[in-house]
Design a binder for this molecule. Structure first.
Ligand code: C2O
Ligand code: CU
Length: 493
């Protein structure tokens, strides 16, 4: 294994190397578009990466699909162990991470509608953990709440009924106040739920249907992950499926990619380097009603984009980089490239993207309205308090009481002047009715569980609470913000 010195010196003479010194980072702001007024306070010290990273040296792995240990009785039963591991995130370096089953990111569960899944989660870590299936319609006892934790060396079962329609879900830690660090260190995984509607479509499948978790990270000079609360500017390395700036070999045909932004704070806007077409086919809660051809995919933490890229337009032997144009807090060199697709062979392709993907039911007449205000201290301090409706999270307080069966319109406001937030609700998939008074764009017109809010934004969403009763969460999915208090509860009864 190369020493750090050889890695650094080799990297220093290689074009395409990213080097960080931790100095001279511009006081840019945590806005997802990277644009901000110049006079906003910049607070804490920045833990910028102190290590050089050569790009496109590691292959992007496809996280393995987990095999059930039992399929008896109409239930697929899985076992997962949360444990520490060392992974090669940066070429030649072993980095300590937290994992599900030793995988970074975690393994993939593929589930089918109306076929239950049960996951035995064993906590082999030193801290309490809690596993939340993000976007899942599950009972409160199985929701992985912040206080409903698994002690170290203990285990519990999570039951997922999978009654909802197909969706690209993901699971991650949610233990109170430590979820942000746990997720940052690796406790995330993918959960792909399918149904007959989706199965009937000729979309790319099998080895051409690839989950990708994209996130940022900060490393010290030994290549170890650095976690500091609210350290947006320090996290200057982009990881795709747990590798820094990897390459991914593809055939010259169509692929489907299920992308999740698993960052704590960072939003991305993805594009291909040649600005060519990406077809967005789905979002958080499954397929859009019709494909949306675009060249730009914005994603905030927790959001998913289901996309199709047709590599048949590229000659075998060529490459195209998946770029990020949302450089908030960094540069094109550090944050502008995500991964490189290398077109290495031809392959037959009988897949296609039909003009109609699904239908969505008309929204019922709303029975209640509420307004939710998101705000946090903008000093940038590591422990800056963060509020929903001027309150920090209290697990013993019910913030909204919802009648079982109600269909409600929630108006969400980000009242900060330069900090972005987003809004995630547990249990339900909602519809976006409007963003700042305008109808939602095509990428936001489907089922959603997380919605991005730029400073000053006001978004109206409608959700129907007709599945389970009990207490659930809503929060900002910039997880450092929710750990700082930007989380609240609603009770359906
Ligand atoms: Cu993705 Cu409350 O979580
Ligand atoms: Cu926030």
């Amino acid at each position: 294994m190369p020493t750090r010195r050889t890695v650094l010196s080799a990297a220093a003479v290689t074009a395409g190397t990213v080097a960080f010194t931790g100095v001279a980072l511009k006081p840019m702001l945590d806005r997802p578009d990277g644009k901000a007024p110049a006079d906003v306070p910049v607070a804490d010290a920045v833990s910028a990466n102190a290590i050089a990273i050569e790009k496109f040296k590691l292959a992007m792995p496809v996280p393995p699909t987990l095999t059930p240990y039992s399929t008896f009785d109409g239930v697929d039963r899985y076992v997962m162990t949360m444990r520490k591991a060392k992974k090669e995130i940066i070429p030649g370096i072993q980095t300590d991470v937290l994992t599900y089953n030793g995988q970074f990111p975690g393994p993939v569960i593929r589930a089918k509608q109306n076929r239950a899944v049960q996951v035995l989660q064993f906590n082999g870590l030193d801290d309490p953990t809690s596993v939340h299936l993000h976007g899942g319609s599950v009972t409160p006892e199985n929701d992985g709440g912040p206080m409903d934790t698994i002690a170290p060396s203990d285990f519990r079962f999570y039951d997922y009924p999978n009654k909802q329609s197909h969706a690209s879900l993901w699971f991650h830690d949610h233990a109170h106040h430590v979820e942000s660090e746990h997720v940052y260190r690796g406790l995330t995984g993918t959960y792909l739920l399918t149904d007959e509607v989706e199965q009937a479509l000729p979309l790319p499948s099998g080895q051409y249907d690839i989950p990708i978790q994209i996130r940022d990270a900060a490393f010290d000079d030994a290549g170890q992950l650095v976690y500091k609360m609210n350290d947006f500017r320090g996290r200057q390395t982009v990881l795709a499926n747990g590798k820094a700036y990897p390459y991914f070999q593809v055939a010259a045909r169509k692929y489907r990619f299920r992308i999740v932004d698993s960052s704590n704070l960072r939003s991305f806007t993805l594009q291909l380097a040649d600005h060519s077409e990406i077809i967005q086919i789905g979002s958080d809660g499954g397929l859009l009603t019709k494909p949306f051809p675009t060249n730009s995919i914005p994603l905030s933490p927790g959001e998913r984009a289901d996309i199709v890229i047709d590599f048949s337009r590229y000659p075998v032997g060529s490459s195209v980089v998946l770029e990020n144009t949302n450089l908030g807090g960094g540069t094109a060199d550090t944050l502008g490239q995500v991964l490189r697709f290398d077109i290495v062979r031809t392959a037959s392709d009988s897949s296609s993207v039909p003009a109609t993907l699904r239908t969505l039911p008309a929204l019922p007449t709303p029975t209640a309205q509420r307004t939710i205000e998101m705000r946090m201290d903008e000093s940038g301090a590591p422990d800056a308090p963060a509020y929903i409706d001027n309150k920090v999270y209290d697990p013993n307080r019910i913030d909204q009481s919802v009648k079982y069966g109600a269909s409600e319109v929630w108006t969400i406001k980000n009242v900060n002047t330069f900090l972005p937030h987003n809004f995630h609700m547990h249990l339900v998939q909602f519809r976006i009715l409007s963003r700042n008074g305008q109808a939602p764009g095509p990428a936001e017109a489907g089922l959603k569980d997380t919605v991005w809010l730029m400073p000053g934004d006001e978004v109206k969403v409608q959700a129907t609470f007709d599945t389970y009763k009990g207490t659930y969460l809503y929060h900002c999915h910039l997880l450092d913000h929710s750990a700082m208090g930007m989380m609240a509860t609603y009770k359906i009864s």
